[in-house]
Ligand binder design. Structure first.
Ligand code: PAF
Length: 287
């Protein structure tokens, strides 16, 4: 695996891959890799011949009181994991390499879908995500870029950006990888104490509850929302949102159907966690 930190090295490596007629995939990450990231690499490998990963903790997507400085980082370990998984090129730029002029003058600001769910408490977050992803897509010009379903609002907005701005890249979204007990993998899980980790299981259990209700025929979104709120109003969990939304418009649903997303965000201890499920079970009355 080639490890590079400059945009010009990326461009040279991508040009060489293209000369060899290879199809190029990009897996953008913020590092501190876990099996969820490695599942993105596996999917990228199925979709392309040459797989690149970026690792960049993007300051633009963190709010002033968020965890930018303490976000977990371990480039050496990440490089070993990426290489063992068959990544061809790892791009780990500095902040100055990505933002040579400091804060960019031009950013990608979503018109819709970014002010609710995670965007309600993180007002400039998706502006930061879309801007860095647009830059990465500009640097790599990949055929396909692969993201995780856990950040489903991010995935929806990135897909919209790629379509609305005609970026000429396929956006692939890979199901969330979970611990055996259901906890969604996240680099931020490292912040959880043992007690927090136990309490955090309430998120995936509540979402599983929605899946079961839907499979049993429940199509009233308010019933699912109430289940989420009830399950997550327990000591040690500070619920931020629990919603049942359309995956494309991100708007709250009245009746649910296949593809509807049940999504939650909550603070457990000091750690903000998000999780979601896509309803796909057999409903007696698909909406
Ligand atoms: O999902 C992430 O890890 C980040 O938001 C991304 C897409 C790499 C942009 O910084």
């Amino acid at each position: 695996m080639q490890v590079v930190s400059s945009r010009s090295d990326v461009r040279a490596a991508v040009a060489a891959a293209r000369r060899d007629g290879l199809r190029v995939a990009l897996v953008p990450t913020m590092g501190y890799l876990h099996d969820g990231h490695l599942a993105l690499v596996d999917r990228a490998r199925e979709l392309a011949d040459w797989v690149a990963m970026s690792i960049f903790v993007n300051p633009l997507q963190f709010g002033p009181s968020e965890d930018l400085d303490r976000y977990p980082r371990d480039l050496e370990r990440d490089a070993a994991l990426a290489s063992a998984r068959g990544v061809d090129l790892l791009f780990a730029p500095t902040r100055a390499e990505m933002y040579p002029g400091g804060e960019p003058w031009v950013a990608v600001i979503p018109e819709h879908g970014a002010d609710r769910l995670c965007g309600a408490s993180r007002p400039r977050h998706f502006r930061g995500v879309l801007t860095v992803v647009a830059k990465l897509l500009g640097i790599f010009a990949p055929d396909v870029a692969v993201f995780g379903q856990k950040d489903f609002q991010q995935a929806t907005l990135i897909r919209r950006m790629a379509a609305d701005l005609d970026l000429g890249v396929d956006i692939e979204v890979v199901p969330t990888v979970r611990e055996p007990d259901g906890l969604a993998l996240s680099s931020r899980n490292v912040y959880l104490t043992n007690g927090d980790r136990e309490r955090a299981l309430a998120l995936s259990r509540a979402l599983e509850g929605c899946r079961s209700l839907f499979a049993a025929g429940e199509v009233d979104a308010e019933v699912l929302r109430a289940l989420l709120r009830r399950s997550l109003s327990t000591e040690g969990i500070e619920l931020e949102y629990a919603d049942v939304v359309d995956p494309e418009t991100l708007q709250p649903q009245i009746r649910v159907g296949r593809g509807t997303v049940c999504a939650v965000a909550a603070r457990v201890g000091g750690t903000r966690l998000i999780d979601n499920v896509v309803l796909a079970g057999i409903s007696a009355d698909p909406a």
